[in-house]
Design a protein around this ligand. Structure first.
Ligand SMILES: *Cc1c(COP(=O)(O)O)cnc(C)c1O
Length: 375
């Protein structure tokens, strides 16, 4: 049975008419740049993530870049982050002439290890940027505590975690709303994906919200008067219109992903595979939204090849930790610096987890993995 890693076709069928209608409305009013749909989506996303303000931008990468710019981070500055993430996290820091300073991850959650952060704080440190990897929040209580003691801002790279919750049941906090900035991506493979590139910044600080909204239009305010230098990075009206339709379904979709994750956990257990693969670990009381369901095994590459031959799509997020990327050679890191991140890069494998995945498909994925280990 063919099981793709992600099947956007299945999702689109359910919402086709509404999406086309939303697109038609934009086509009719023709306010293609920062039209009313952008403002509406900003309000909706702010509410969805429990933040006071939201600013629509051109991508998740630009959300990170603009957040750093709003904090005046530039040459000579350092930002502490994880080496086990998508490149944009660190790339945005470097683009501004600042230096990403990496610390290792927690072995189980794959998120930045708070206990490793403090030792890397210097007089040059200007921010801490945790990533909520795969859809589960990093340990924000510990990170915010360190940040507060050192008076450092926190930028949450929440590109994979819109709607994820962190903390004790009585006061669950939403991904993106805990730090000074939260950055979302609407890349098609995220839980809330648009029809191209898109992103959003959320914040609870009115001044920072205003600063980012000025920076996204070349630093222009009032129009054609520039007190700061920004860039052109706006969320398209068309994308915002599509995203508003999809946002209504996001809670249900993420719930389905969570159900699929539970079903996988049970099936792997029933097959007796728990000694051979490691399942995703959810921190107590966290609400993981499973942008990815990631297992690990030392036989990862052989398993991936085996599954590929069976028509089962998988992906490696991420094969090379950032401190070992060629472009970061000059930062002077070497193999062995971050053993947990390096081992994860060799052992992790993302399985299909999209909301429309059927029970039969999940059974087929699990039996194929069983077959691999028993042959
Ligand atoms: C997707 C992603 C980004 C970048 O988002 P784009 O919209 O593709 O620019 C940044 N960080 C992480 C962790 C991501 O997964």
């Amino acid at each position: 049975m063919e099981v793709p890693l992600l099947d956007l076709q299945a999702q689109y069928k359910d919402i086709e008419q509404q999406v086309l209608q939303a697109i038609r409305e934009v086509y009719e009013h023709k306010l293609f740049v920062l039209g009313p749909e952008v403002k509406r989506l900003e309000q909706e996303i702010a509410a969805y993530s429990n933040a006071d303000y939201a600013v629509g931008v051109a991508s998740g990468s630009d959300a990170i870049l603009l957040s750093l710019m709003a904090l005046d981070i530039g040459p000579g500055d350092e930002v502490i982050t994880t080496p086990y993430t998508f490149f944009a996290t660190a790339g945005s820091i470097s683009r501004l002439g600042a230096t990403p300073v990496f610390v290792d991850i927690d072995e189980q959650s794959y998120n930045i290890s708070p206990s490793a952060i403090e030792a890397k704080i210097t007089s040059k440190t200007k921010a801490i940027m945790p990533v909520h990897l795969y859809g589960q929040c990093a340990d924000m209580d510990a990170i915010l505590d360190i940040a507060a003691r050192h008076k450092l801002p926190v930028i949450e790279d929440a590109a994979q975690a819109i709607g994820a919750e962190y903390g004790k049941a009585a006061a669950n906090k939403k991904a993106g709303s805990m730090g000074d900035f939260g950055c979302f991506s609407f890349f098609p493979s995220k839980n809330l994906g648009c029809m191209g590139d898109g992103g959003m910044i959320v914040t609870n600080d009115a001044d920072l919200a205003q600063k980012t909204s000025i920076l996204r239009v070349h630093g222009s305010k009032p129009k054609y008067y520039h007190r700061v230098i920004g860039l052109n990075s706006r969320l398209d009206t068309l994308q915002a219109a599509v995203l508003s339709v999809k946002l209504k379904y996001l809670g249900g979709w993420s719930e389905k992903r969570r159900k699929n994750a539970e079903a996988y956990n049970k099936l792997f257990k029933a097959k007796g595979l728990l000694g051979l693969i490691t399942l995703p670990f959810t921190e107590y009381n966290n609400k993981h939204i499973y942008n990815q369901y990631v297992i690990r095994t030392p036989k990862r590459d052989q398993l991936r090849e085996f599954l590929q031959e069976k028509g089962i799509g998988t992906e490696i997020y991420y094969p090379i930790p950032l401190h070992l990327q060629e472009c970061y050679h000059q930062l002077g890191y070497s193999e062995g610096d971050f053993p947990h991140a390096e081992k994860a890069a060799q052992e992790t494998l993302a399985l299909p987890i999209y909301p429309e995945l059927t029970q039969k498909q999940q059974q087929s994925v699990v039996s194929s993995i069983g077959e691999f280990f028993n042959s």
